[in-house]
Ligand binder design. Structure first.
Ligand code: ZN
Ligand code: ZN
Length: 84
């Protein structure tokens, strides 16, 4: 009689997972999940997506200052006058 000895190596999931958006290292999936649900993470993600945009010209800007400059520019006014 042969005894099959399967030596299953129990893999400990000690993988540290990095949240690329926040640069935060989570020790487990559960920690990561709870982090993703957190306000800190959501704020970071939404802030990244919300780069100011001129919908009329379909141009995105690094910040609101450059957007403001664009909104006063001739190029923008030209577009504006054409649509109206
Ligand atoms: Zn995050
Ligand atoms: Zn514009």
């Amino acid at each position: 009689m042969q005894i099959h000895t399967t030596t299953k190596q129990i893999k400990k999931e000690n993988k540290q997972i990095l949240c690329k958006n926040c640069g935060i290292i989570c020790n487990s999936r559960i920690v990561l999940d709870s982090h993703i649900e957190s306000r800190n993470h959501r704020n970071r993600v939404t802030n990244k997506r919300q780069s100011p945009k001129c919908k009329l010209c379909e141009k995105t800007f690094d910040n609101h200052t450059t957007l403001g400059v664009h909104l006063k520019s001739r190029a923008h006014f030209k577009k504006l006058s054409k649509t109206q």
